[in-house]
Design a protein around this ligand. Structure first.
Ligand SMILES: NC(=O)c1ccc[n+]([C@@H]2O[C@H](COP(=O)([O-])OP(=O)(O)OC[C@H]3O[C@@H](n4cnc5c(N)ncnc54)[C@H](OP(=O)(O)O)[C@@H]3O)[C@@H](O)[C@H]2O)c1
Length: 354
């Protein structure tokens, strides 16, 4: 009896000092996609005490490497990067899969299905998954049914879509008694972003190369303007009649250089784009992005109504922010309902049109 008391004393003391969270078991995660974003997600997950139990990628340069080595941690973790997703997922039995392989739901959904089949939840940076009913309504229904059957929750989120153009303005709108319009402007210095970001916005291309590469799908520029507009509207309970989006190149007026690209006068220095949501003929939501080399870093959210408020930031560093959003949402999806969910299911704090 005395032995039992002696055993329990340190447990009680730790509980008093650290709270009940101390007793909780680490969440088991698999990182699916180990490009720059997946690697950041893996690092943040490890730093935050998640149990990283598997790593999946198809890039031959990464397959077979130890995850610690790939992340440059200076130590091995005993987790090899593998390309056989089904085997990794079956053998590692994750609670949540943190997924970062691509932007288009119709291309990545087979990967998400693999995670669903082992009953894992998914948080994915796939931009079009943030509001999948816009581009892929039938696929969204299919994956939703599938996820419900397996008791798995699937969420698309990141910094944008997933925060700056949708969740952030929705939450900021909570203090207005009457809301007429939301305008979000995000400006960022593309030179500070990863290679794959700089490539996808066409840095160093001629304007013609840019338009052709965009129309052929060789570059994407920003993906998710419409998804953000629809997600923000949905969080606020606003039914839109129409959504528009578009983007074009910003052309350099002089020579610029980044770590990866040389840009001469007349070549592409970045992109400017927008998404708009209309009720009747009235534009009620507008999101605008300027992503270019040497652009200022800031976000501005203008809420027009009673009162009219403008919030301005010093800029959200997009790549680490994406990793933070994904990792911070991982415990939240564990407690969410099964099926395809959106941030609407997790954020319930905004101006309410309903
Ligand atoms: N929502 C947001 O706010 C947000 C923010 C940042 C990024 N993103 C998106 O997140 C995704 C990841 O970003 P990134 O810059 O890291 O992209 P990336 O450089 O293209 O890296 C993706 C990695 O996933 C691998 N991959 C591709 N298909 C795969 C498959 N079927 N199975 C396993 N691995 C696969 C790729 O291998 P290969 O190179 O061999 O193809 C690559 O190693 C992108 O689509 C990006 O647009 C979204």
């Amino acid at each position: 009896m005395i032995g039992l008391v002696n055993l329990l004393i340190p447990v009680v003391v730790k509980l008093l000092i650290m709270g009940p969270g101390w007793l909780s078991v680490a969440i088991r995660v698999v990182i699916y996609g180990l490009g720059p974003i997946g690697q950041l997600i893996a690092k943040v997950a490890l730093e935050r005490g998640f149990d990283v139990v598997g790593a999946i990628d198809i890039d031959p340069q990464k397959v077979g490497k130890d995850l610690g080595e790939l992340l440059g941690l200076g130590k091995t973790l005993g987790i090899k990067v593998e390309s056989d997703a089904d085997r990794v997922l079956r053998d590692s039995d994750p609670d949540v899969v943190l997924h970062a392989t691509g932007s288009f739901f119709d291309r990545v959904y087979p990967q998400i299905m693999k995670a669903i089949r082992v009953g894992a939840d998914v948080v994915s940076t796939c931009e079009t998954l943030a509001w999948p009913w816009y581009r892929y309504p039938e696929l969204a229904e299919l994956v939703d049914n599938y996820a419900r059957n397996y008791g798995s929750t699937v969420l698309g989120a990141g910094v944008n879509p997933g925060f700056v153009f949708d969740a952030l303005p929705a939450v900021l709108s909570t203090t207005l008694t009457r809301l007429e319009k939301v305008v979000v402007v995000r400006s960022l210095d593309a030179a500070k972003r990863r290679y794959s970001f700089q490539r996808k916005i066409g840095l160093g291309m001629t304007p013609t190369q840019f338009r052709e590469a965009l129309s052929r799908g060789e570059i994407t520029a920003h993906v998710g303007f419409a998804e953000s507009v629809l997600l923000m509207a949905n969080i606020m309970g606003l039914r839109l009649d129409r959504v528009e989006e578009g983007q074009d190149a910003i052309i350099a007026d002089r020579h610029y250089e980044t770590q990866y690209f040389r840009i001469e006068e007349g070549q592409v220095r970045g992109v400017v784009g927008y998404g708009s949501g209309f009720v009747g003929d009235k534009e009620v939501i507008r999101v605008e992005l300027r992503a270019c080399v040497a652009c200022e870093d800031y976000e501005e959210v203008r809420l027009v109504g009673e009162p009219t408020i403008t919030w301005r930031s010093t800029g959200t560093p997009g790549d680490p922010a994406t990793a933070a959003v994904v990792v911070n949402l991982a415990p939240r999806v564990l407690n969410a309902r099964p099926g395809l969910i959106t941030l609407r299911d997790l954020i319930n704090y905004s101006y309410s049109y309903t």
